[in-house]
Ligand binder design. Structure first.
Ligand SMILES: [Zn+2]
Length: 396
């Protein structure tokens, strides 16, 4: 049993939309989970992290990534991207499909091939904690002709998500509905590509009408990935449906403002989830999730606490994951961060409201420090957290 105490917390973000911040000054972690908020003074521990007045927030949950094999992505000829995203505060990521696998012919996808591809991704990229990050890979690219046995294979592999992207939804509506039911029976969520054609050149155009009958668990990148659906479709999606709506870094900023403000006006931020939709044509963006938070707060004028909750608890919940909230019993996946020297913000919330990038000093996953001294991707915070016994090795 290993116990870690995080002390002198200046700001505490819960990841819960209903109560996004709380006056918590100390956090006790035991066996990788949050054991207590503000535990009694005699709580013994093996290790103390002094937050030195900084903010503690849940690790960010990137709900839309495109992994290929481990830390390698051929889309931008990059290796080590998961570690770089970790240093941008992301501790959990969910694959929206392994469609960038080199040589994959989107015109020749068969039920066996897409199922096998998801199984391989789950058994490779999804098996290992790359740089410590929880990567949920093995998101099947659904195609016509799949049988119940294919869905059994996905469930056995441990898939959490499947994706309608190449599937001819409007031509094969009954089959798509049957797939949705088979997925739900197995606890696998369904996500649908929306908007115009993606970089693949083969994705189907999808707007309000299709989403309305399909009723996916999550409509992917509704403000564009990269091309958004028409404004009228976007408005109707907000007004007339109730499933999760995802916004990604790859989208159209104008559409993002439109959908986010409409959800805010209706008091339905619980439906909003975030992702980067990278690696891909938008690039490899280690600070992508942070930039999403800053856009929501700085441009869309969402409160910093709500913006963090959307990037953490909301996105995790939509994908059926137990991370993203800092409550007793939850996995201790968290980020310790503060304002960067020279920022307009005197607190992290203040900096985020201003649209200023936070400085990350530590990241913990399941209670274990995976970024121990400072982020390699953000400037340092003015007051970095430190191990009281000096265990914060500056070289890792
Ligand atoms: Zn995507």
């Amino acid at each position: 049993m290993r116990r870690t105490l995080v002390t002198n917390i200046g700001e505490f973000f819960t990841g819960e939309l209903g109560r996004p911040t709380a006056p918590v000054a100390t956090l006790l972690i035991e066996d990788g989970r949050i054991a207590a908020l503000d535990p009694p003074g005699d709580a013994g521990c093996d290790r103390v992290i002094d937050a030195r007045g900084a903010a503690v927030l849940p690790g960010l949950v990137d709900g839309h990534i495109h992994p290929v094999f481990g830390e390698w992505t051929p889309t931008q000829d990059t290796i080590g991207w998961i570690r770089n995203y970790l240093h941008g505060g992301s501790t959990t990521m969910v694959s929206a499909g392994e469609l960038h696998t080199p040589g994959l012919d989107y015109g020749q996808l068969t039920p066996d091939l897409v199922t096998a591809l998801a199984e391989v991704a789950r058994a490779t990229t999804g098996r290992v904690r790359w740089s410590g990050v929880k990567v949920h890979a093995g998101t099947c690219l659904l195609v016509p002709g799949m049988t119940e046995a294919h869905f059994d294979r996905l469930a056995t592999a441990g898939a959490v998500l499947a994706k309608f992207i190449f599937f001819p939804l409007d031509e094969r509506r009954d089959e798509a509905m049957r797939y949705s039911a088979l997925l739900r029976e197995r606890g696998i969520r369904a996500k649908v590509h929306t908007g115009g054609v993606s970089r693949s050149g083969s994705s189907r155009v999808c707007g309000f009408e299709t989403c309305a009958w399909l009723q996916p668990d999550i409509a992917a990148h509704v403000s564009g990935g990269p091309i958004p659906m028409p404004d009228e479709d976007l408005d109707r999606l907000v007004d007339e449906t109730g499933f999760a709506l995802e916004v990604c870094s790859s989208g159209n900023y104008r559409s993002t403002i439109r959908v986010v403000r409409r959800l805010m006006q209706q008091g339905r931020l619980d439906r909003l989830t975030l992702g980067t939709d990278t690696p891909g044509g938008t690039g490899v963006i280690p600070r992508g999730m942070l930039r999403n938070v800053l856009f929501l707060a700085g441009v869309c004028e969402m409160s910093p606490g709500e913006a963090v909750a959307v990037a953490t608890g909301n996105t995790a919940r939509a994908h059926g994951l137990d991370v993203g909230v800092l409550t007793e019993g939850a996995p201790a996946d968290l980020v310790i961060a503060g304002p960067v020297k020279g920022s307009a913000g005197t607190t992290l919330a203040d900096a985020i409201a201003h649209g200023d990038l936070p400085g990350i000093s530590m990241v913990l996953i399941d209670g274990e420090p995976v970024v121990r001294h400072r982020s390699g991707q953000t400037p340092p915070p003015e007051t970095p957290a430190a191990f009281t016994d000096g265990g914060g090795c500056p070289f890792c």
